[in-house]
Design a protein around this ligand. Structure first.
Ligand SMILES: [Zn+2]
Ligand SMILES: [Zn+2]
Length: 242
């Protein structure tokens, strides 16, 4: 199985990542990817760029670097248990791609499973969100049986995040449970590196093994085909790529 697009990566614009856009694109090319999304953290956290970074993102950088199609997006923080996001709709609509994720900031820690279930349902209902980012973090685990059908209803891709899987036994167990529920409801997943350094771009070994070992249908892994991602972006933004 081959993944053609890595749709969740960070550059030096996120203060805890270590490569430039050019280095990330070169690594994507070396890994044989057809496209790469740059998704630095949304503003508000101390590790995130200024809002002007996002205003300029789709204008300043060529659409193709080293023959890799460049997708310009954000990993946007969820800021409350209703699933509201750190960036306004007017900011999100400038971008090609939105991964929405819960992290330990914005007072999102310490909630109940019902709080996180509610937050994930709110994220799913936001029309600007493309990907539900790493919903396997143990501290913010929702009820998968309740949220996964909602992800499907609103056309969201559920992320199987390579970086998050090996963190603990709990994240592995959550990933296994999530894959099982996605398989049951035939919900498309997207496999992402969440690379914070260029050498991790296009590396998905843990995620792919987990999907294969659990007989997850390959045709539901959306980023095995660049055409799937291209069509998704262009359906909302018009023609973007060559
Ligand atoms: Zn994240
Ligand atoms: Zn990330």
């Amino acid at each position: 199985m081959r993944i053609e697009v890595d749709t969740h990566t960070h550059t030096v614009a996120s203060a805890h990542a270590y490569s430039t856009v050019l280095e990330m694109a070169k690594s994507a090319s070396d890994a044989g990817l057809k496209a790469l999304a740059i998704t630095d953290h949304s503003t508000g956290g101390s590790d995130a760029p200024h809002i002007w970074y996002f205003h300029n993102l789709t204008k300043a950088i060529p659409r193709k670097l080293f023959d890799v199609n460049m997708i310009f997006g954000v990993e946007c923080d969820v800021i409350d248990y209703n699933g509201n996001l750190a960036l306004a709709s007017s900011e999100l609509e400038r971008l090609d791609w939105v991964v929405a994720s819960i992290h330990g900031n914005y007072n999102m820690a310490g909630g109940t499973i019902d709080d996180y279930t509610n937050a994930y349902i709110g994220m799913a209902q936001n029309p600007y969100v493309d990907v539900i980012g790493h919903p396997i973090y143990p501290a913010y685990k929702p009820d998968y049986e309740k949220v996964v059908p909602v992800f499907k209803e609103y056309g969201k891709f559920v992320e199987i995040n390579e970086s998050a899987i090996p963190r603990s036994v709990k994240t592995i167990n959550n990933a296994l449970e999530l894959i099982g529920v996605c398989k049951k409801y035939r919900v498309p997943v997207i496999v992402n590196s969440d690379a914070h350094f260029c050498m991790s771009v296009g590396k998905f070994d843990n995620a792919l093994k987990m999907l294969k070992d659990n007989n997850y249908p390959e045709e539901l892994i959306v980023n095995t085909k660049w055409e799937n991602i291209k069509a998704h972006i262009e359906s909302k933004k018009g023609k973007v790529f060559e």
